[in-house]
Design a protein around this ligand. Structure first.
Ligand code: XMP
Length: 514
């Protein structure tokens, strides 16, 4: 049940059966982008699906010819009488279930291919006569059942799309990835075969979430950690709107950006939500003293955060966490235990696990993707600048300060970063960057300040674009903007005499320096 913990299950949703493809989440996302409610289910969970509007069987890494290959309860699947779409593995499974056979292959076909649809097929209405699609499969269909129609081939004449009856389809490519240029049209065509589909509307969704929060929390008090980031802010405002008794705790770990603690407090004040700030800066900086190993620094910060947070919480009746859908699914697919479903710093704490066991942890955003969280935030009136803040890592400036973290270095980073970010905003580049920051290179090099030689640290500017932080490209900022930032840093910030712009893609570099 991990995909659907605690979620409302209206009728006529699009049930996406997860066979483990790395793109499965994207199917859900695309369906929701088309305006319909979609949820993921494991193949075993099909028994829990009631009155779906349509069903999509995802792709997956396995071969249908393996002895313990994931299966489908075909009688149940067809009992609903709704349109079914099998994607890659899903198509092969349907082919077998309908009486065909699949030929295993030890070579994986991966990448772009041409889709040549048969004319007059509903699934490909409006799709070009030759359309690029994205393949990722090893097995291919071999023998087809008598009642199976080939509705598209690739440029070598191999069948890549099949149809059984009125509205059961199989496609050998991924319509959900953008490399399939007309994938959205194909998905829309498929969904148009359904007679009734539940709409996905963020306003309705918010009302359902609030009702669910009220019902789960009741008279109890719920505690929620806030960082100023999008997820915890939206969660806090949602809890606030739902009117339950709540405490919001913000830990200042001394590794925040310039004036960040005040800014976060002001932001919450603007939204009418009261937060408690715990200033633990000294404890964090003390704990980090002398430590230079990146992973150790992270561990120190993580475990101290947990201590400080739980000291502030005291006896929690309930805990709210801002876990999002990708975290739930990602953890669930790797999961051996429930423990790994919980995100961030809290996840190592026995206490959270106990609360979870007792049903005292709520994760109201666990069904949403990031852009949907932003839409939810906007529907509650959270200002644009808060919803579109760049991501900021939990360990804060420590990961932008290689080597030992000292107050002096943090000051250089804070001042340089404030100059960089305010200039990006002035020039209209802040929203074009996915993330941007100034960090410090802990090497002292020679320079001239006034008439004197100086030996000072270098400042590193990084600005990237990304979709999901898994890959990133550096931003081609205007030279004049960089010149203005560099001039100001060199003139105004004590302790640095050199400014560098990081032109590294991820991979192989990462976004942060540690
Ligand atoms: P990297 O440096 O791995 O960063 O390319 C990818 C994204 O993750 C953020 N990041 C973190 N976020 N806790 C967080 O909440 C962390 O420990 C952490 N480390 C990196 C980073 O800022 C970037 O957006």
């Amino acid at each position: 049940m991990y995909h659907n913990r605690g979620m409302i299950t209206p009728h006529h949703l699009v049930a996406v059966i997860d066979y483990g493809s790395q793109y499965t989440q994207l199917i859900v996302r695309r369906v929701r982008e088309l305006g319909y409610l979609a949820k993921l289910y494991t193949p075993e969970e099909i028994g829990e699906v009631t009155e779906p509007g349509a069903i999509i069987l995802s792709g997956g890494p396995r071969s249908t010819s393996e002895p313990d290959a994931p299966d489908i309860d075909y009688a149940k699947l067809t009992s609903f009488g709704v349109p079914v779409l099998g994607v890659c593995y899903g198509m092969q499974l349907l082919n077998i279930k309908t009486g065909g056979t699949v030929r295993p292959s030890n070579k994986r076909e991966y990448g772009p291919a041409a889709l040549l649809p048969e004319p007059g097929c509903r699934l490909f209405e409006g799709v070009s006569p030759s359309s690029q699609v994205w393949m990722s499969h090893s097995d291919t269909v071999d023998h087809l059942a008598d009642h199976c129609k080939i509705i598209a081939r690739n440029s070598e004449g191999v069948p890549v799309a099949l149809q059984w009856g009125e509205s059961m389809f199989g496609i050998q490519f991924h319509p959900e990835v953008t490399h399939s240029h007309e994938g959205r049209t194909i998905l829309r065509n498929f969904l148009s075969c359904a007679s009734q589909l539940a709409p996905f509307d963020i306003g309705d969704f918010k009302r359902e979430l609030i009702a669910e929060i009220r019902q789960k929390v009741g008279e109890r008090q719920v505690v929620c950690g806030v960082s100023g980031g999008v997820d915890s802010t939206v969660l806090a405002v949602l809890l606030h709107e739902s009117g339950v008794r709540a405490r919001f705790i913000f830990v200042d770990n001394g590794l925040l950006r310039k004036n960040e603690a005040e800014e976060v407090q002001n932001n919450f004040q603007r939204m009418g939500v009261e937060i408690e700030t715990v200033d633990a800066s000294d404890r964090f900086l003390e704990a980090l003293k002398g430590e230079t190993a990146p992973e150790k620094k992270r561990r120190i910060i993580g475990s101290l955060f947990v201590d400080v947070f739980w000291d502030a919480v005291g006896d929690a009746e309930m805990l709210a966490q801002g876990t999002l859908y990708p975290d739930v699914i990602e953890s669930a697919s790797n999961a051996k235990s429930k423990a790994s479903v919980i995100k961030t710093h809290h996840n190592r704490v026995e206490r959270v696990l106990q609360l979870q066991e007792q049903g005292k942890v709520i994760e109201p955003l666990a069904f949403l993707f990031k852009d949907e969280v932003r839409a939810l935030g906007a529907s509650m009136g959270i200002p644009h600048d808060i919803l579109w803040r760049h991501p900021f890592p939990g360990p804060g400036l420590a990961v932008r300060c290689p080597g030992e973290v000292t107050r002096e270095k943090l000051e250089i980073i804070r001042e340089s970063d404030a100059i960089f970010i305010s200039t990006l905003r002035q020039w209209g580049w802040y929203d074009k960057c996915w993330q941007a920051y100034a960090g410090l290179i802990p090497v002292k090099t020679v320079g001239v300040k006034g008439d004197e030689r100086s030996y000072e640290f270098a400042t590193n500017l990084r600005a990237i674009v990304s979709e999901d932080a898994m890959t990133a490209d550096w931003v081609q900022l205007p030279y004049d903007l960089l010149r203005e930032v560099s001039n100001r840093i060199l003139n105004e910030v004590k302790g640095t005499n050199r400014v560098l712009y990081d032109v590294s893609t991820k991979p192989p570099a990462s976004i942060e320096w540690e």
